[in-house]
Design a protein around this ligand. Structure first.
Ligand code: PMP
Length: 431
C-alpha cells in the first residue's frame, strides 16, 4: 500500500472517506470487545481445572513428611522450589522462596521494605535518601510504574531497543547515586515482546552504579510463556551478577499466574543468599507461613519440568492463533501505509503498536466508539504520559478467537483512520 504521506490530495480525501465509512460500519454493529488487559481466557483457566480437586482428600503430606495444612515452611516446600526455580527464576532452589499468589505483591513488599529498612548494602533506608529514582524502560508495564508513583519514586524513562533497554542510556543514568533500581521484564517484555540479549544482561549485571545498593527488579513474568516452538532462553541474571562481582544486584520475581490460575497461582522471589535472607527476615514478620496446600496442589498437577512444558504448550495452542489474528489484520490493513509499526512477539501476552505520532489517544477513542476497549493511550509510560502519543498495547488473550479477529479489524481501521485524519490535518495546517 502507498504510504499515507505520499498520497495525492485527491487520493487522501478518497481514502479518508472510505476509512470513515468502514469505521462507521463498525460502530453500527454495536460490538463490545475487551482488549484492555492481559487476562487469561476461560479456556486457558480450564486447562488447570485439575487443580481444583487437588491435592485431594487426605493428601497433605510433604516430601519430608510435614503436614502442609499447618503453619510454617516460610521459604516454601523444597520439592516445589525444585520444580519452579530453574525454569521460572533461573536460580537454584535454595535461592528462591515461594510466597502467595501474586508476584506484584512481592515487588510491592520489596519496595516498601527497601524504603523502610534498606536492602543488603544500603547505608540507610531508601526513604531517608534525598531522592530515589528507578529506571523505567518504555514502553513498559503500567503496574510497575504505578508502584513507583504510589511511593513517590521518581521514574526515569529509558527507550527500549529490540535487544532490551538502550544500555548506553541505562549506564549513563545508573551512575547517579539516587538511582536505586530498574524495572526489567527480560523475556517477552510487556508490552512489545522484546527479549533481552545476552549482551544486555551482561551489561546490566556488570555496569557501574552510583548507588551501592542498586537493584534490578527482574520481573520474569513470561519466562516459559512462548508463542512459537522456539523456547527462547536468556542468561540467568543471578549467575551473571555474581560473575560480574555484584552478587546482590538482582531481585528476581515470577509467578504461575499465567501458567495455572491468574488469581490462585504461586509467586516466587529469587536472589543471592544475602538477598534471600533479607527477604525471609521481612516475610517472617508478615506471615507465619505461606499456603502450602496450594504448593502441593501445583506439584501434584504439573508434576515435573516436563509437565510444565506440556502445560505451556497447551497454553500456546490457545494463545498463538489470537496473536496471529491480530498481526494478520494489522498487516492486511496497514502494511506500507506508515500508519504504525507493531511487534510480532514470540511470547508473553501483548502486542505493542507504535502508531503515527500524535494519534494514539485518538485511536483509543475511535476503537472505543467501535465497541473495542483498548488500554488507555500512555498507560505504558510513567505517569500515563507518552510524549509522542504513539504507543498502544493490545492484549488479545481474553476474548474468543473470532472476537479477537473482529476486534483486530476494528483496531486496524481505527489506526488507519487516525493516521489519515492526522495527515489531512497536517496538510491543512501547512496551507
Ligand atoms: N509482571 C508483569 C510484567 C505482568 O505483565 C504481570 C501481569 N500482567 C504481572 C507482573 C502480575 O503478576 P502476578 O499475577 O504474579 O501478580
Amino acid at each position: 500500500m502507498t504510504a499515507i504521506t505520499d498520497l495525492s490530495s485527491a487520493d487522501l480525501a478518497d481514502r479518508l472517506a472510505r476509512a470513515r465509512d468502514a469505521h462507521g460500519g463498525f460502530k453500527a454493529r454495536g460490538l463490545k470487545l475487551d482488549m484492555t488487559r492481559g487476562k487469561p481466557a476461560p479456556e486457558q483457566l480450564d486447562l488447570a481445572s485439575g487443580l481444583l480437586t487437588l491435592p485431594g482428600n487426605g493428601d497433605h503430606t510433604t516430601a519430608t513428611g510435614e503436614d502442609a495444612r499447618n503453619y510454617g515452611g516460610l521459604q516454601g516446600l523444597p520439592e516445589v522450589r525444585a520444580l519452579f526455580a530453574r525454569p521460572l527464576l533461573g536460580a537454584p532452589p535454595e535461592q528462591i522462596a515461594v510466597a502467595e499468589n501474586s508476584s506484584l505483591a512481592l515487588m510491592h513488599d520489596c519496595i516498601v521494605w527497601a524504603l523502610l529498612k534498606g536492602v543488603p548494602g544500603s547505608q540507610r533506608p531508601w526513604s531517608r535518601e534525598e531522592a530515589v529514582a528507578f529506571l523505567c524502560p518504555v514502553p513498559g508495564y503500567d503496574r510497575h510504574f504505578a508502584l513507583c508513583e504510589e511511593f513517590g519514586i521518581r521514574m526515569l524513562p529509558v527507550p527500549m531497543t529490540p535487544d532490551g533497554p538502550d544500555m548506553d542510556a541505562v549506564e549513563a543514568l545508573a551512575a547517579d547515586p539516587s538511582v536505586k533500581g530498574m524495572w526489567c521484564v527480560p523475556k517477552y517484555s510487556n508490552p512489545s515482546g522484546e527479549i533481552y540479549s545476552e549482551a544486555t544482561v551482561r551489561r546490566l549485571s556488570a555496569m557501574r552504579t552510583g548507588a551501592p545498593d542498586f537493584r534490578l527488579f527482574w520481573d520474569n513474568a513470561y519466562a516459559v510463556h512462548h508463542l512459537t516452538p522456539a523456547r527462547h532462553a536468556i542468561p540467568d541474571v543471578l549467575e551473571a551478577c555474581a560473575a560480574a562481582g555484584h552478587p546482590d544486584r538482582a531481585f528476581v520475581f515470577a509467578s504461575t499466574s499465567k501458567i495455572t490460575l491468574a488469581g490462585a497461582g504461586l509467586a516466587f522471589f529469587g536472589g543471592s543468599p544475602a538477598n534471600l535472607a533479607w527477604y525471609l527476615a521481612r516475610a517472617g514478620k508478615r506471615t507465619i507461613g505461606p499456603d502450602k496446600l496450594n504448593q502441593l496442589r501445583h506439584l501434584r498437577f504439573l508434576r515435573d519440568g516436563e509437565g510444565l512444558t506440556t502445560h505451556m504448550d497447551r497454553q500456546r495452542a490457545l494463545l498463538a492463533p489470537k496473536f496471529s489474528a491480530v498481526t494478520e489484520a494489522l498487516d492486511r490493513h496497514l502494511a506500507g501505509t506508515g500508519a504504525a509499526a507493531w511487534s510480532r512477539p514470540e511470547g508473553g501476552y501483548f502486542i505493542g503498536v507504535a502508531a503515527r505520532a500524535g494519534t494514539a489517544a485518538r485511536i483509543v477513542r475511535l476503537a472505543g466508539e467501535a465497541g473495542i476497549g483498548l488500554t488507555p493511550a500512555g498507560a505504558t509510560f510513567p505517569h500515563g504520559r507518552d510524549p509522542d502519543d504513539s504507543s498502544l498495547r493490545l492484549a488479545p488473550s481474553y476474548p474468543s478467537l473470532p472476537e479477537v479477529a473482529l476486534a483486530a479489524e476494528g483496531i486496524a481501521l481505527s489506526i488507519l483512520l487516525a493516521a489519515l485524519e492526522a495527515e489531512q490535518a497536517a496538510r491543512d495546517a501547512a496551507r
